[in-house]
Write a protein that binds this ligand. Structure first.
Ligand code: ADP
Ligand code: MG
Length: 310
């Protein structure tokens, strides 16, 4: 392609909300053989909501939710935000005595006077959070987090988590003082275009792959056959590398901080425009409309621009 053709294609991309950082990135997209998608916030809407809670200890639901929300209050994770919103709503609206108070506090979404004091908070990427409340260790996260801390998951709780996962939800487990006290189910619906785009890529001869920190069962409900589940943030770049081994051109589509090493490692990194700045910086393409359809738009544009010279 001539420099003019590249310039024209870059302009066409920009008009469609596909920002391309340079002619090399534009050229590489035509050769893409694998498109690796992050799940949360990329294939899914990234708007998690708590749908169910089950308390396995002798603790009322409000106490349980207050404890969990307190532990998650310092986390930036979408799951943490969903839990806080749910707990706040429950705290202020499910309890009649608190309803009056709520009128004031609702104005300030960050109001946190109802939360418990937390010490030694730490966010554990790909696992969850841990902290101390009332001098006791609190863990909120996935099975791996609990298992690493020597917490036994009773069979009734495990059954409940599996049920959640089979309906595409993420099960979040909560331990207090090394005992599992409850489970929350969180749903994050697929983006409307996700299934069509995955199918479209297949028709173009491109293999869709999903990489996620979430568990395998939840991920399976999306309809992509090739799933790499429970991948730690650093492991996402390794997944890209494993597809590149035979010389294949690999695209990665992601939105999160945890996707940025993989976006940089990919031959074609595509960041969702609504994603984090770090992901956008690491990528070669930015999809400003936040639509997965633009993954196809970008590859088509490259194919059309470069097919003429072959
Ligand atoms: P993804 O790759 O799908 O964006 P992450 O790597 O961010 O997912 O997280 C992977 C898993 O770790 C989540 O599905 C969840 O089980 C657990 N997790 C991570 N952060 C939190 C948190 N703040 N609270 C509860 N669970 C969490
Ligand atoms: Mg994500």
């Amino acid at each position: 392609a001539t420099p003019t053709a590249v310039m024209v294609a870059t302009g066409v991309g920009a008009n469609n909300g596909v920002l391309i950082k340079g002619g090399d990135a534009l050229e590489r997209a035509q050769m893409v053989k694998y498109v690796v998608f992050d799940k949360t916030g990329t294939l899914t809407q990234g708007k998690a909501t708590v749908t169910t809670t089950k308390v396995f200890a002798e603790m009322d639901r409000e106490k349980f939710l207050t404890l969990v929300a307190s532990a998650e209050a310092s986390s930036e994770h979408p799951l943490a935000k969903a839990i806080l919103e749910y707990a706040r709503h429950f705290h202020f609206f499910e309890e009649p005595s608190a309803a009056m108070e709520a009128q004031d506090h609702r104005k300030d979404a960050k109001f946190s006077g109802w939360l418990l004091d937390v010490s030694e908070f730490s966010a554990l990427p790909g696992r969850g959070v841990q902290c101390f409340i009332n001098g006791k260790k609190v863990l909120v996260g996935n099975r791996n987090l609990l298992m690493e801390n020597g917490v036994t998951i009773p069979s009734d709780a495990e059954t409940f988590v599996v049920e959640l996962e089979e309906s595409a939800k993420t099960g979040i487990l909560v331990a207090y003082d090394a005992v599992l006290i409850g489970v929350l189910g969180v749903a994050d619906p697929l983006k409307r275009e996700a299934v069509v785009v995955v199918e479209g890529l297949r028709k173009m001869g491109i293999k869709p792959v999903m990489v996620t920190g979430d568990n395998w069962r939840t991920a399976q409900a999306v309809g992509i056959q090739d799933i790499r589940a429970e991948v730690m943030p650093a492991g996402k770049a390794d997944v890209i590398g494993s597809f590149q081994k035979d010389g294949s051109t690999v695209a990665m589509v992601g939105d999160g901080i945890n996707d940025s090493p993989a976006l940089a490692a990919a031959d074609v990194g595509m960041a969702i425009g609504a994603g984090t700045d770090i992901a956008i910086e690491a990528a070669d393409y930015v999809l400003m409309r936040n639509s997965l359809e633009d993954v196809i738009t970008a590859i088509d544009l490259s194919r059309k621009t470069f097919s003429r010279i072959r």
